[in-house]
Design a protein around this ligand. Sequence first.
Ligand code: NAD
Length: 493
Amino acid sequence: MTLVAPLADVSSFLGRSHRLWIGGQWEDAADGRTFVTDNPATGNPLATVARAGAGDVDRAVRAARRAFDDGRWSAMAPSARSRIVWRIGDLILEHTEELAQLETLDNGKPLSVARAGDVPMAADLFHYMAGWVTKLEGNTLPVSLPGEFHAYTRREPVGVVGQIVPWNFPLALAAWKLAPALATGNCIVLKPAEDTPLTALRLAELIAEAGVPDGVLNVITGFGEDAGAALVAHDDVDKVSFTGSTEVGRSLVRAAAGNLKRLTLELGGKSPNIILEDADVEAAIRGAADGIFFNQGEACVAGSRLFVHRRIADDVVAGIADIARQMRLGDGMALDTEMGPVVSQTHQNRVSGYIRAGLEEGATLVAGDEGTPEGGWFVRPTVFSGVRPDMRIVREEIFGPVVSVTSFDDDDQAVAMANDTRYGLAAGIWGRDLSRVHRLAARIKAGTVWVNCYGVLDASMPFGGYKESGWGREHGHQVLSEYTETKSVCIQL
Ligand code: NAD
């Protein structure tokens, strides 16, 4: 296994002290606390990072508030703001290799995935949102009041926005939130996940280089229970956009009640992937394997419940198990690695606990006990068949490379099983009869339904969850309403 040597820029970045980005300056946490982020492929320390507390969060919120209130960003000519947002996308692309290496070292994912997926997707979000800056229009309103009136609406930024992201796509998910918030003129305090703080810090520098004024973006690294909780509870934060687990999302609803701040919640999933008997079976097997094993299964949309028509179920299970057994696990910095380690030892224990629970509850392990590389936090891609709907591996989000396969006999049964979950983030359908597929897509309670593909995301496609998978949508023009208030102005003539 040959590892790609880190770029000189990556090594020098890792060697720096990593502080909080507040008001356009690097600052230590007020109490001087730090934490260590490690490389999941080796377990070795990677960098030491400032650990923000409530006082630091308050400093960052005040910097964002000052920047918002003096209009240095929100009152900038839309064409100028648009060019800056576009330039962020360009700078991300210019630094693709550096950002991809940092992401792989901090998160563990294969470098090939970070290069082709995470970094271009982040750039794409800024390029897409740059186009909206000059198109945030209001309406003139046909009021029916007696007398003469001129009434219209304005779209205004919400104000100071707190953004909290998880560790599975650290750079890309930061971009999902930053691009629309910046495009609509908001000022931001971003908190990356404690497991993967590094690319957000580098992105802050690129955003400043693109021309975003000081104080518009602030980045506080730290833990959820102190920095994250303080941000959500802060009375001068107008909105929080959160991506993470449903459990933490639920606690945010309570914490946000103080000043009734707006909330966008992108939460967990337990997504069904349905293979009909007329599907292109080979493509469906490949797609279902990618749908669960991509990014070590650390994807909110992971197709973790696979439903296969009984007539083809044996072939599908055998096909996915083959792919699982042959998958090359290793350090993400090796170019032939197909699956990296999971993000941390804690998470490895959690995923392994689910695999044990599956065995204890009587599921059949078809693939997954072939052994893992030494050193890092690896979990083998795992396939269970013979599962029951009440098993924990079927009901709970594992957030690892573990799929459970169930067979069905007709469409009603497939829909009932697919919808038998508290989540509703995404779903897949594989089949050739498109009329049947359209009918099924309408009956599945999920924010995204992929047909004959899986996990495909685009900046133009609204993304978000039904049920306990969250509130609101990211991407597309729909996200603009998450970051703007609509004001009616009514003038008597
Ligand atoms: P998590 O909820 O533990 O943490 C997510 C973020 O929230 C981290 O930055 C963490 O520091 C912060 N946090 C934790 N406790 C907090 C608190 N009390 N107050 C404020 N912030 C707090 O989730 P995770 O384990 O890091 O990520 C995995 C989860 O994220 C999975 O459930 C996955 O489905 C979900 N996810 C959802 C989407 C989506 O778009 N729907 C995308 C990716 C991941």
